[in-house]
Design a protein around this ligand. Structure first.
Ligand SMILES: [Zn+2]
Length: 241
């Protein structure tokens, strides 16, 4: 069983993992910041609409108050020139109705002024948050871009090398390798040192260790499920040219 290509593949994959690690959590931070920025911008836009709506209602209410005062003045003028008690009673009722409506609208006015003030404060706070997030986002994005440009050529070289190696590996073996990688943080092969699995430190039975050294078939670590390879095989593997 030829494990050499698989060993080359793991060597490349380990270097790719190391590259990912040098990027750190920057890609994640940038993504999170972008998400926060989008949601904050949406909230700002909603608050602005609410503010406009409150202002509009406030203006309509004030217009109504003005109109009511005009009517009130008209009735009050008329009340001086009424001739009969019946006319006087009728006009008094009109005046009372208008006065009540004015009182209601004045109360509404106070509430609306408060609402506009509140909405204005919310808009101001959100605008500040959006500005801060935009600054933080573009700064982290720039950092990430710089870091990516450092690792990009290396990553490209390794990816090409990986393609060349995988082409030479039997499909079923490659599928196994990839499946094991997915469940083992990207490391599918493990050396056996002193009857121990180097990756999970489980003890390997002597008979198994002998079989591993013979390299006749694929043997998996019973504890972690990785493909076991003889000691020093990984390091002894010559660099792929
Ligand atoms: Zn193991």
């Amino acid at each position: 069983m030829d494990l050499s290509k698989l060993i080359s593949l793991q060597r490349i994959d380990k270097q790719l993992i190391a590259l990912e690690i040098t990027k750190g959590d920057l890609p994640e931070i940038v993504q999170q910041l972008e998400g926060r920025l989008v949601s904050c911008t949406n909230r700002l836009s909603n608050s602005k609409s609410e503010l406009e709506e409150a202002k509009k209602t406030g203006r309509a209410n004030e217009n109504e108050i003005d109109e009511l005062y005009e009517k009130l003045m008209k009735y009050q003028e008329q009340s001086y020139s009424v001739k009969t008690n019946k006319e006087y009673d009728a006009i008094t009722i009109e005046i009372e109705t208008i006065e009540n409506r004015i009182e209601e609208n004045e109360k509404k006015k106070a509430d609306l002024i408060h609402l506009v003030k509140e909405n204005r404060e919310t808009v101001g706070e959100l605008e500040k948050q959006v500005t801060e997030l935009e600054e933080e986002f573009s700064q982290k994005q720039l950092e990430l871009k710089e870091k990516l440009s450092q690792t990009e050529s290396e990553e490209l070289r390794l990816t090409k090398e990986r393609e060349l190696v995988t082409e030479q590996i039997e499909k079923r073996l490659l599928n196994n390798y990839n499946r094991i990688r997915n469940g083992t943080n990207g490391i599918a092969l493990s050396e056996v040192t002193n009857y121990t699995c180097d990756e999970c430190f489980a003890t390997i039975p002597a008979q198994t260790a002998v079989e591993v050294r013979m390299k006749n078939r694929i043997i998996l670590c019973e504890a972690c499920g990785r493909i076991l390879v003889p000691r020093e095989t990984l390091e002894a593997q010559p660099a792929l040219t």
